[in-house]
Design a protein around this ligand. Structure first.
Ligand SMILES: *Cc1c(COP(=O)(O)O)cnc(C)c1O
Length: 373
């Protein structure tokens, strides 16, 4: 049986006619940078998210950097984030010469704990960057309350959570990426809404920040060849926008397909001693960018066993960021973030994508049961 971590080709085959004709149309017009297709996609994504501004850019990492630049953060300003995330979240803080301050995560949600964030706030703290890891939102309401109390900006790293719904205490709902001052998204091919290459976007309801971010993403230009501020060259290609605009129509369907696969895994795996299926929370849906088990003992053995059966499994992430060589200069030690450290030794993500069928899912769960029998 052919099982992939992510099956992008099968997904493409189902919408091949639409995608191919959109790509041809871009080539026919030969407007490859900027142009109407970018505006169209941004408008459609704005409607989907119910937000005032969507600004596309080159990738999710650039989106994070552009957000920090637009907030006018200065060298040495402290920004609180999680040690248990993809490197970009921390990397851009380091590149901007800000002071990253890490706060440990919750062992069940894998997301930053508001209590740990609170303990890190100093007079130099300027922003919080929560990550909605694996497709489930951080506790945004508590984090936004903290931010308001201490006058901090919040940048949501929503790169793994496009399509996730958040539910406030008053039962109002909002899409992931629409709650912070700014949110960053990635259209990396394997993300919930994936391009055929790199891509990213910024979301905000703030008109001034939107204007500034749009300018920063385009060399800090105000009018043509006049520069208001130092910027970057970070744009979404028109071909990618055309592809994403087609796929956006299917995003909710894609999320449902992931949730169906997750429900299958839950049903078949939750009884097995030795693993924990992903915890759910009342305040967020889960778009299952990843379906991640906790395997306290023999995680690597399980991963190898599955591999021997032709089943891929991935560890996101095998080493928390505070222990990485590049970030040793921050001065953190082993033991500083015990939950993140423990999780890095326990997590195992199973194949998760929009095209998993019952035969494949059955094969995977049968193999896992066999390992634990
Ligand atoms: C993918 C990802 C990024 C970076 O996105 P790119 O488009 O690859 O630059 C940032 N943060 C998180 C949590 C991600 O998963």
């Amino acid at each position: 049986m052919n099982i992939q971590m992510v099956d992008l080709f099968s997904q493409y085959e189902k919408i091949k006619t639409e995608i191919d004709s959109q790509i041809q149309e871009v080539i026919r017009t030969s407007v490859f940078i900027k142009g109407g297709k970018i505006v169209e996609f941004e408008e459609n994504l704005k409607k989907y998210l119910n937000i005032n501004h969507v600004i596309t850019c080159g990738n999710g990492t650039d989106a994070l950097q552009i957000a920090l630049m637009a907030l006018n953060l200065k060298e040495g300003d402290e920004v609180i984030t999680t040690p248990f995330t993809f490197v970009s979240t921390l990397e851009v803080l380091a590149l901007m010469k800000l002071k990253p301050v890490l706060a440990d995560v919750d062992p069940n949600t894998f997301n930053i704990r508001p209590e740990s964030v609170m303990a890190c706030i100093t007079p130099n703290t300027k922003a919080i960057v929560p990550v909605h890891l694996y497709g489930q939102c951080s506790d945004m309401e508590s984090l936004m309350d903290l931010a308001k109390m201490h006058n901090l900006s919040v940048i949501e790293d929503a790169c793994q959570a496009l399509g996730t719904d958040y539910c406030f205490r008053n039962e109002k709902t909002a899409k992931a990426g629409t709650m912070g001052d700014i949110a960053c998204n990635s259209f990396f091919p394997t993300k919930n809404l994936g391009a055929f290459g790199d891509g990213g976007a910024l979301f905000t309801n703030n008109d001034k920040l939107a204007q500034s971010m749009r300018s920063i993403a385009n060399h800090g230009m105000s009018k043509r060849y006049y520069y208001q501020q130092i910027g970057m060259n970070s744009r979404l290609d028109v071909i990618q926008a055309a592809i994403l605009d087609v796929k956006l129509k299917y995003l909710d369907q894609y999320v449902l397909a992931r949730q169906d696969a997750a429900a299958y895994y839950d049903r078949e795996l939750s009884g097995i001693k030795g693993i924990s299926v992903p915890a759910r929370v009342s305040y967020s849906s889960h778009s299952f960018h990843q379906y991640t088990l906790k395997v306290p003992v023999q995680r690597d053995e399980l991963q190898n066993f599955l591999k021997s059966k032709g089943i891929p499994g991935m560890v996101y992430y095998p080493m928390p960021l505070h222990l990485q060589e590049a970030y040793r200069y921050l001065g953190y030690q082993k033991g500083d973030f015990p939950v993140a450290e423990e999780l890095s030794e326990q997590v195992l993500s199973l194949p998760m994508h929009t095209e998993l069928n019952n035969e494949q899912l059955n094969y995977i769960v049968t193999a896992i049961r066999e390992f634990f029998s």
